[in-house]
Design a protein around this ligand. Sequence first.
Ligand SMILES: N[C@@H](CCC(=O)N[C@@H](CS)C(=O)NCC(=O)O)C(=O)O
Length: 211
Amino acid sequence: MIDLYTWTTPNGRKASIMLEEVGLPYRVHPVDIGKNEQFDPNFLAISPNNKIPAIVDHDAPGGPQAVFESGAILVYLAEKTGKLLASEGPERWAALEWTFWQVGGLGPMAGQYGYFALRAEQKVPAAIDRFGEEVARLLGVLDRRLNDHPWIAGEHYSIADIASYSWTKVILGALAKAEPDRDPGVPAVENWLMAMEARLAVQRGMAVPKV
Ligand SMILES: N[C@@H](CCC(=O)N[C@@H](CS)C(=O)NCC(=O)O)C(=O)O
């Protein structure tokens, strides 16, 4: 059994979509980050960076294994099940490249853009421009990739698609709200989002946690 510590945010959804995709049984523990539950010492013992998602795998060889950081969770579950990450060859490295690309780039930049463009009380035009331009650039990079390949890693659906899905939805939503007249111009991304949304595991994972 796997314990999943998560909340209703894009990083949390990566882990729940992955668990749904690989079909492992899991228990959901909502961590309400709006109420600072991520600072509870019991949660910090599992996730010392006070962020969701985190998992504890009670069936790991050698005893319970805790894993924090969404990218590490995706790789851990892929390696545990032998699913959604090729064991060798170009698609393995493409899946890992694009997963790290999302965790280190698309996610943080989108988070900062959403904060400065939509939530910050003080409007800082330089920050909105800086993160807005970077988010648009990253979306363009993803669009070019998906123009040439059906899935992010290449021919096969993988952890790289799961990593980018929830954040791409959030970015397009934030851009539409902040700049309703601007077309992001990413048709390959839009098609890929539809293919993602057609997957039952994606629909189920996006509904976790139920709060
Ligand atoms: N790099 C981390 C980022 C996780 C993250 O930013 N989680 C947010 C919610 S989406 C969080 O828990 N924030 C609570 C806090 O910062 O106190 C990952 O990919 O897992």
